[in-house]
Each structure stands twice: as structure tokens, then as C-alpha cells.
Design a protein around this ligand. Structure first.
Ligand SMILES: [Fe+2]
Ligand SMILES: [Fe+2]
Length: 203
């Protein structure tokens, strides 16, 4: 028997996802400010870049609720408080939340939507879960590089890109300022991060 969308678990899950994505977006813009304060401009930009993608996810889930416009959906859920001063802790918390969405929450929501016969909602949950896993890996990699002091220096030669001007620096340690645009070293991202941002690192 077909389930009425108005009575479905899927509509509640979509609203929970909309709430979760909206909060993730705000948490990342707040985390971005903290990274900027600490001179990690590239981490600031990566948080903002990801925040925009969370907004797109929120919009997609919200659009799937369009038929219920004018009504209210009550939800109950737990949402994290990740107000850390350490950028590594902010990144680790973000990674944890992304992986939870990717591996547990959106899988469960996708399966429920499938059981209830809402195929478009189901595939959206599964598609966005894949993106969250990429977010999780990106935040995890950033945390690891910062924690191991490999973000600005390497044992062997490495490559970095200045996110302000695009200059690619090759060496063991990025200079204090970009040799081209003279922006602070915090604008450089290590080569390992570039593919997660869609940058072509081939000079
Ligand atoms: Fe998202
Ligand atoms: Fe995400």
C-alpha cells in the first residue's frame, strides 16, 4: 500500500536532513572564522567552500518538501556542539559528523524512503551521503596534515598552491609569504588537498 507523503517517515527525515544541513552550514562558517583568526586562510576557504555545498544539500531536501508548503513538521533529533578553539579539533569534529551522515544517518533515511516508495528522496539521501563521505575525507586529511605538522612543511620536496594567486610552490617548506602575490603562507594548500577542492595541480 502506498504511503501518503503527509503521513510518511520520509517527510520527517527530510526535515531532519534540512535542519542538519542548515546547522552544518552555520557551524562551518563559524569554524571558518576561527581558522581565519589563526591565520589558516586556506582552511577558512575550505570550510566556506564546504558550507556552500551544505546549503545546496539543504536546498535539495527542502525542495523535496515543497508539496507540504504551509504546514509544519515536528522533529526530534540530536545535533552536535563543536565549539572548539583548536582548528584541528574543529576539523576532526566536522569529519566525525560528515562520516556519521554518510555511513549511518542518510543510509537509514534512504532505506526508509525506499521502503515507503519515495524513490527520488531515497536516491537523494544516497547521493548526498556520497558527497558527505568526500567532505569527511577532506576534513580528515586537513586535520591529519595540521596535526602532524605536514601542512606547511614536508620531509621530501612537496607542492603547494597559493589559493589567492594560484602560484605553485615546490620545496620542503612554504615561505612566510607567497613569492608572487605576497599574501601570508596561510593561503597555501598542500597538493594532497587540491583534488578534494577540484583544483588541477598540474603546473
Ligand atoms: Fe551536506
Ligand atoms: Fe558535508
Amino acid at each position: 500500500m502506498a504511503i501518503d507523503f503527509k503521513e510518511s517517515k520520509t517527510r520527517v527525515n527530510l526535515m531532519k536532513a534540512f535542519a542538519g544541513e542548515s546547522q552544518a552550514r552555520n557551524r562551518y562558517t563559524i569554524a571558518a572564522e576561527e581558522a581565519k583568526k589563526q591565520g589558516l586562510f586556506s582552511v577558512n576557504q575550505i570550510f566556506l567552500f564546504t558550507a556552500d555545498q551544505e546549503r545546496a544539500h539543504a536546498e535539495r531536501f527542502y525542495n523535496l518538501l515543497k508539496n507540504l508548503s504551509g504546514t509544519t513538521i515536528e522533529i526530534a533529533g540530536g545535533y552536535p556542539i563543536d565549539h572548539f578553539e583548536s582548528v584541528v579539533d574543529l576539523l576532526k569534529a566536522a569529519k566525525h559528523n560528515e562520516m556519521e551522515e554518510a555511513d549511518d544517518v542518510y543510509q537509514a533515511f534512504g532505506n526508509e524512503a525506499k521502503e515507503e516508495g519515495f524513490i527520488e528522496a531515497a536516491s537523494t539521501f544516497f547521493q548526498i551521503a556520497e558527497i558527505e563521505a568526500i567532505h569527511g575525507r577532506r576534513f580528515g586529511k586537513l586535520a591529519e596534515l595540521l596535526e602532524q605538522n605536514k601542512y606547511f612543511e614536508k620531509e621530501a620536496n612537496g607542492e603547494w598552491m597559493c589559493l589567492n594567486c594560484g602560484h605553485i610552490y615546490t620545496g620542503k617548506m612554504v615561505p612566510q609569504v607567497c613569492p608572487v602575490c605576497r599574501y601570508e603562507r596561510g593561503y597555501f594548500i598542500p597538493a594532497e588537498i587540491a583534488p578534494y577542492l577540484g583544483y588541477d595541480f598540474v603546473s
